[in-house]
Design a binder for this molecule. Sequence first.
Ligand code: HEM
Length: 439
Amino acid sequence: MFRSTNFSFKKGLERTFPIGDIIGLNAYPRHTAKLFKEFYKHADDCYLRIYRELQHSIDQLIGDCEEPKLIINFDKISMTIIARAMANLFVGEELCKDDEIVKVFATFATTLIRVKKLSSIAYLIHPRLQTKYIKLVFKYGDNSPQKHKDLLTKKLKPIFEKRYQDMQQFGNEWKRPDDLIQLLLEYSIDLFGKIHYDCIACHMLMLVWASIHTTSENLLNTLNDYAGRSEYWNDLRKEQEVTTDGLDFDLTMDRMEKLDSFVKESNRLIGHISKYDSLIAIDAGCYLLRFQLYSLFLSPNTLNYWFIASSNAPSHCAMCPSFTFSNGYQVPKGRLVLMNNLAHMSNSSLHGDNPETFSGFRHVSKSPFARVGRDSMAFGLGKHACPGRWLASRNIKMAMSILIRKYEISTLDGKRPKYPIKRGFSAIGPLPLTFKKRK
Ligand code: HEM
């Protein structure tokens, strides 16, 4: 499904949430993934900058913690830490310090997701009502993409005009800034012969949507695992002391094999897959609910859609007239398909012994978190696999590395409670955590 051209993730996303329409990106050639890949080829030098940004945010938002400090909502802190780091990469050193920009980066995706969940109810009445509802909410709400685009344009204009002048004045002598806005500026000039602010802002919002809540949710989940699993503290701390000793930065990050494995394991068992069996009921049955809703004239397709859209799970859309899987399952065109994550997670031939149990170092000396394969599909697979996976993995590990070295972090009772289950998925959320400066 991930590798086949018979299924499209983009189409699946657009069906459950018309993000291209909402942002306005569909008015332009959509090259977000391609542009990001191009940018990332030369992004190696940016990591030290991102690291400093992470360090600064952690100092500012968590503080010294000479006395133990209880943080209830680490989700908000995690979002801001990641938003600032990404802002540094996307809009550059200068603008990433701008509070308004950081706020848009940090809150844009979460607001969209909240609206997405509500909008799936509108779909049950009529599919077109969903898009109308979303557009209406964003037209008048505080979080309208148009407002964000106007803000981005206002802030980018003076920087772009200066860069454009410098490019023309100095030609090859000009030192090209290595942030994403520079690439978007050049892309816009190539495509339109001028700086097209709306097109640039649309691509930027699409990247903000794809990168920040995904990365910060993973960071939150990994930190919850770390805080509630004290048996790993010694090994992970020791690895920090050994690997940071006198090596250059890139090498240091690559040597943190235990941390990489811990992050990967945390992601493998990430909350929203644990009760997937009740979602499988979508295709296998769920007869009672269907029967009840049939009486309200809802088709099974509509119901399938509603489960998928309201659960926020990534789905693929079948593009060919009819597709038959190797086990005989047939999928008609237009149907949304989800991977059976529960079966994947509990497959011992892929993950080793006791695959349902958390084992933080099970991936040591095997493939790293960001490498996709049959045992690791959090970032998709094949040519459409997430282009931001190496960046996401690095960001999570850098933030974890700073947190592990700086603080003793624990849950209130030293245990790792399970997340609450909502519609078949367990919802990742903040646990109350105590931070105390390490001696
Ligand atoms: C832990 C964090 C992240 C997770 C779990 C994640 C997950 C995914 C998944 C599952 C896909 C779909 C792949 C497919 O089609 O099969 C995807 C696509 C994408 N991701 Fe990520 N992602 C993360 C972080 C990022 C970051 C940091 C960026 C960029 C800065 C990013 C940019 C994108 C883009 C542009 C696409 C669309 C790719 C395409 O359509 O070709 N993601 N991501």
